[in-house]
Design a protein around this ligand. Structure first.
Ligand code: VTB
Ligand code: MG
Ligand code: MG
Length: 332
């Protein structure tokens, strides 16, 4: 007897879907990786989008893209509101960034990933594609240790105290952007170490969940709102704290976000406000980074590395895959 994927009350995301997410991000990563170092962001991104869409449409879900490549008219695929899947099975919200770090991929620099999250229908923040102010730490800290409305110095002091170290022994990750000049200057005064990345703050935020391995204790700065929701989904699974606020500094942005259901443009979002239900998160490395190994093209196999997480249990799985049947990847 074949069993349909059923929905358990309060657990809309069936665990069997976990591996399906892996397949989706693996394919997107392989497609993008073929275009690593070609200096063509757009082509790499498009390849990842096409592959991700093709794989999503094989899944037994009634999925709605809530974070995607933009509005319908500007994004032909994986646009916000697009329905994906086989149109049977659980109703789910989907957030995608098929190629997070297009520049990293185009320049063959460390840290580009293919990533997505899936959550119970109606539970993911429909974030517009605007900037977002973010602060995050990993698990193990007392609730409220970070505060987006406090100064960088106050946050460094609070996290250092909770960790039981001096500020000099704390490392804060910040994206290398002119807009972060004041933030960096304020952090410098605390004596902490600042690690900088040129792109890719989904992985950046996730780095805080494993400071022993990554050396990163806290993430602060302004990045994309879609990336904020994706990172929040990961932290909802692993643990940690994150606070965010949309930057709606023009009338156009406020109108656009109001249309997407954002009532309070000043709202301070906690993880549970961005990902309100059970969720799954997956990311596959495109170029190698400190988070994930990039795709390796061999003679007989293509190797991928993926992390997949499930909030219901907090399980985090690292999946190294060897793909054979390379002809099947030809389409990608
Ligand atoms: C942000 C960040 C992403 O691009 O969206 C950034 O969240 C764009 O910032 O991780 P700029 O406009 O300052 O370039 C990424 O780094 C990659 O998509
Ligand atoms: Mg992208
Ligand atoms: Mg991105």
């Amino acid at each position: 007897m074949t069993q349909d994927i059923t929905v358990q009350p309060g657990l809309a995301i069936e665990r069997v879907l976990t591996l399906e997410l892996v397949r989706v991000t693996e394919r997107a990563a392989v497609s993008a990786a073929r275009l690593r170092g070609r200096g063509n962001e757009k082509a790499a991104d498009q390849a990842a989008v096409d592959a991700m869409r093709r794989e999503l449409n094989k899944l037994p879900i009634q999925g709605t893209i809530v974070i995607g490549e933009g509005e319908r008219d500007e994004a032909p695929m994986l646009f916000i509101g697009e329905e994906v899947g086989l149109k049977r099975g659980p109703k789910v919200d989907i957030a995608v960034d098929p190629l997070e770090g297009t520049t990293l991929c185009a320049k063959n620099m460390a840290g580009s990933i293919a990533t997505m999250a899936m959550a119970e229908g109606g539970t993911l923040l429909n974030a517009p594609d605007v900037y977002m102010d973010k602060i995050a730490v990993g698990p193990g800290y007392p609730k409220g240790v970070i505060n987006l409305d406090a100064s960088p110095a106050e946050n460094v002091a609070a996290v250092a105290k909770a960790k039981g170290v001096k500020p000099e022994h704390l490392t804060v990750l910040v994206m290398d952007r002119p807009r972060h000049a004041d933030l960096i200057a304020a952090l410098r005064k605390t004596g902490c170490s600042i690690a900088q990345i040129t792109d890719g703050d989904v992985a950046g935020v996730i780095h805080t969940t494993n400071p022993e391995e990554t050396g990163i204790d806290m993430y602060i700065g302004i990045g994309g709102a879609p990336e904020g929701v994706l990172a929040a989904a990961a932290l909802r699974c692993i643990g940690g704290q994150m606070q965010c606020r949309l930057i709606l500094d023009t009338e156009e942005k406020r109108t656009r976000s109001a249309k997407m259901g954002i009532k309070d443009p000043q709202k301070l979002y906690q993880i549970e406000d961005m990902v309100r239900g059970d969720c799954l998160f997956a990311a596959t490395g495109v170029t190698s980074g400190s988070f994930l190994r990039g795709v390796r093209f061999g003679k007989e196999t293509i190797e991928t590395e993926t992390v997949v997480m499930r909030s219901a249990t907090g399980t985090v799985r690292w999946i190294r895959a060897e793909h054979r049947q390379l002809d099947k990847f030809h389409l990608d």
